[in-house]
Design a protein around this ligand. Structure first.
Ligand code: Z2T
Length: 816
């Protein structure tokens, strides 16, 4: 244990505490199951984090300092026990303690279900940011929703995705969470707006007809090697009890509009869409519920600390994780205008200096709009406020560009072509003091393509903060062997100072170090191969290139381009007598949104191709294809340390940042990628020789579109590609079912190949050939892998958070 160790650890007391918790759970030490012991461990540890959480909450210095409130509909935190042990500096001590109880710590940690309260990158980013806020002691509260069911669990039936509910807290509850009934709120919906006269002024007052209780559950975000613990506060929707109803106007309940929802259903399930807006009423209700409860809690903290309402922007900033919590802007305005009776200008000055907005995508289908009619029905007062915000904003636009109708049309918060819709991103830009994209290229495109008029109107408002990942979970915890090797060479500070990894670069050409580094990689590959053998009964060659694409299934991410490459390797192995290649295992892991047909077809196709190749005796162990089901944080923790090659192959301009790219590079994988998202910056850091860039860049994509793109012409001119595509139509991969993979064929042929898979195919194959050649030179490959680990320190989420702090939030660390 380091001298920084804050938690004096008493082993025998801890063992007694674990047994006490076990007893309280109704079990005896001699008959308890592993799962019972895991729960006892979690509860025993949570005693400590809870007292640190409460102590942090009552810290006077923090109350007098500025805090960030991170509002997100998703926090994909992953398992907490192992990570919290690392942060508490107790990992080895607890491993020792539980071994004296006859238990293995890693076995216990395996018992924990992942809290999968997010879809993918956006939710995981929120979790990494909370970790980095706590590690650096920047005062913060995370606000999210306490979904009863997280992202669905995925399985395959004859190759097709099946979804099952994810009851992550069942049956005993989650050991790390703390319910805070004293902080609950009541949230209204529907109803009407009344005009009240008082002392010669008229005020407006919303009278909701449905009220739902917001019950907060706190999860502890434990600062690395500190006793700072911030809450991740998750709101659960509950029907009001008759008692509470009495206090909040019971008479209305029977008139409540129950058409869309039963209160108990509000936070039942996370919407499973990544980068797609489905526009469901219940989702808007979740968004408002989350925003209103969070705004109320922020104001409560602010006022209880003794600060003036007008000083809100000096003490609190509210970061909106994409547009999902946008309704918090009109909600704060409503509270300031109608409850505190401030004038419009004062209220707007407070609100517009409090909010900041992060944009995570340019994909048009992901940009949220809500129909004016729906908002007016569900949140009538908010619709009035949105109209007023827009009315005043349009006057500002008129002043800047007189008589320019076109400018007003693109900038307006209201889209009135067709059914009138509220553009949530426009509302965010108008109501925020800062807007940011999530990688340098993405932020440029936000300015150039998405919001050029806003950028002209408000120069400097749109900024960049490149995403990052927490090195505690994504290296120290998930890759202990590499972590120990690094610590032996450069000491133990790197998890908090990731730029220090640069010192590893001096060993890149050291053959002894190369060997140890690649031995670590080999052990991680063996661990993954063991998992695959046990769960999928596929035997893998751990000398093979482990080629990995792990991310949500989306057409723009182009898993089907990867698949076409796999098919072409298979066909060359069968058809070209002179063809030689290093053995390869191509890994996929991805969930498709349940309503996303093409994504499901691509999963099915990958599974069918995998089944054929893996069972073809002519292939031997030269090529295997593994689709790991139910991709989740705990699975990523096994796959990422084992990756040799990281597939980051989205069409240029479409992936805002990517964060898996950072995780795999940090763990010594080489990227094959397009000039998209953060790949561009990874290349800048690691250098051209240590990354495989291919395909059209953003300009190349627009030039090709300009020229007129014809996928059929590419198909006819490239025999390798044509053969791969044709095999999707015959029975090669679906015996007895010709045409079963046609949807994938059609997506690139009939439908015009919207993401230019065929245009990029040849260069993709070229880049993979380069990988094949370089991998065979073990020393060269080791050098490149080491340099990746050494040179990606920039992508620590600690740096991202410092960028937010310095360029946007303007707040100070409070060291406890
Ligand atoms: C999401 O995961 C991302 C963007 C979204 O836009 C929605 C979701 Cl659920 C609304 C991802 C981006 O696709 C990815 O490039 C980025 O790295 C990640 O957010 C975090 O910024």
């Amino acid at each position: 244990m380091t001298p920084k160790q804050q938690h004096a650890f008493d082993k025998s007391a801890f063992k007694i505490s674990m047994v006490q918790h076990l007893t309280q759970l109704g079990h005896a030490p001699d008959t308890a199951q592993l799962r019972d012991w895991y729960l006892a461990l979690g509860r025993a540890l949570a005693e400590h984090t809870t007292s640190d959480l409460v102590a942090t909450e009552h810290d006077q210095a923090i109350k007098q300092a500025k805090s960030v409130n991170y509002l997100s509909l998703e926090f994909l935190i992953g398992r907490l026990t192992g990570n919290n042990l690392i942060s508490m500096g107790l990992y080895d001590a607890i491993a020792d303690a539980v071994s004296e109880l006859g238990l293995g710590l890693t076995d216990l940690l395996e018992q924990e279900r992942d809290p999968s309260l997010g879809n993918g990158g956006l939710g995981r980013l929120a979790a990494c940011f909370m970790d980095s806020l706590a590690a650096q002691q920047y005062p913060a509260v995370g606000y999210g929703l306490h979904y009863e069911y997280g992202l669905f669990r995925q399985s395959f039936h004859e190759g097709a995705q099946q979804e099952a509910p994810d009851a992550w807290r069942e049956p005993e509850g989650y050991p790390w969470e703390l319910v805070r009934p004293e902080l609950s709120q009541i949230i209204g919906f529907y109803g009407h707006v009344e005009v009240v006269e008082e002392a010669g002024h008229t005020y407006r007052q919303w009278v909701p007809s449905l009220k739902i209780q917001a019950m907060p559950w706190d999860l502890p975000i434990v600062g690395y090697q500190s006793n700072t613990v911030y809450p991740l506060r998750l709101w659960e929707g509950r029907a009001l009890t008759p008692f509470a109803l009495d206090a909040f106007n019971a008479g209305d309940y029977t008139h409540a509009q129950q058409a869309d929802i039963d209160a108990g259903n509000l936070t039942k399930v996370l919407y499973p869409n990544d980068n797609h807006d489905a526009g469901k009423t219940l989702r808007l209700m979740q968004q408002y519920f989350h925003s209103a409860a969070s705004v109320a809690d922020i104001l409560r903290r602010h006022l209880e600390a003794g600060h003036a309402l007008a000083a809100l922007p000096e003490y609190e900033t509210i970061q909106l994780n994409d547009t999902h919590p946008t309704i918090a802007i009109p909600e704060l305005m409503r509270v300031l205008l109608d409850d505190y009776r401030l004038g419009w200008d004062e209220a707007w000055s407070i609100a517009s200096r409090t909010f900041a907005y992060t944009n995570h995508t340019l994909l048009p289908e992901a940009l949220e709009t809500w129909s004016e009619a729906l908002i007016a029905r569900l949140l009538p007062r908010h619709m009035e406020i949105i109209f007023e915000i827009n009315h005043r904003f349009m006057q500002e636009v008129e002043a800047k560009w007189p008589d320019d109708v076109a400018k007003k049309q693109v900038l307006s918060v209201i889209d009135d072509k067709g059914e009138r819709m509220v553009r949530m991103a426009n509302l965010c830009v108008v109501g925020s003091y800062a807007v940011n994209g999530v990688a340098a290229l993405h932020s440029q495109l936000v300015k150039r393509d998405l919001f050029p008029e806003f950028d002209a109107l408000y120069p400097g408002r749109i900024q960049n903060v490149t995403n990052g990942i927490t090195p505690r979970r994504w290296l120290k915890f998930c890759n202990p062997d590499l972590s120990n090797l690094i610590s032996e060479k450069i000491g133990e500070q790197w998890p908090a100072q990731l730029e220090q990894l640069e010192q590893i670069a001096q060993y890149a050409d050291d053959t002894a170090f190369q060997k140890i580094f690649m031995d670590v990689k080999k052990r991680n590959k063996q661990r993954l191969a063991g998992w695959v053998k046990e769960h999928l009964d596929i035997t893998l060659n751990t000398d093979a290139i482990f080629d990995v694409q792990i991310k949500r299934l989306h057409e723009y991410k182009r898993q089907h381009l990867n698949l076409l490459h796999v098919i072409s390797l298979y066909q060359r192995l069968l058809n070209e007598p002179d063809f030689d290649m290093a053995p390869r295992v191509v890994f996929f892991a991805a969930k498709a949104a349940p309503g996303y047909e093409l994504a499901k077809s691509i999963i099915y196709a990958i599974n069918k191709v995998a089944e054929t190749i893996n069972n073809d005796p002519r292939v031997g162990d030269k090529l295997k294809v593994v689709f790991i089901p139910d991709y989740r944080v705990s699975m990523a923790e096994i796959i990422i340390p084992a990756a040799d090659v990281s597939e980051q192959i989205s069409m240029a301009g479409k992936e805002a940042s990517g964060t898996g790219n950072m995780k795999m590079a940090l763990n010594g994988a080489l990227t094959i990628g397009t000039m998209d998202g953060a790949n561009v910056e990874i290349r800048e850091e690691v250098g051209d020789d240590n990354i495989y860039i291919f395909g059209l860049d953003v300009d190349g994509v627009s030039e090709l579109r300009q020229k007129g793109y014809q996928p059929e012409a590419v198909y006819h001119s490239q025999p390798l590609l044509k053969a791969a595509l044709d095999s999707l139509l015959d029975e090669t991969f679906t015996p007895g079912q010709p045409g079963a993979l046609r949807p994938v064929f059609d997506s690139v042929m009939g439908s015009g190949d919207p993401y230019l898979c065929l245009a990029d195919f040849a260069d993709y194959v070229r880049a993979h050939n380069d990988i094949d050649r370089d991998y065979r030179d073990a020393s060269q490959w080791a050098r490149k892998a080491i340099l990746n680990t050494a040179l990606v320190g920039k992508f620590s989420s600690d740096r991202s958070i410092r960028d937010y702090v310095n360029n946007i939030w303007q707040l100070e660390a409070i060291k406890r």
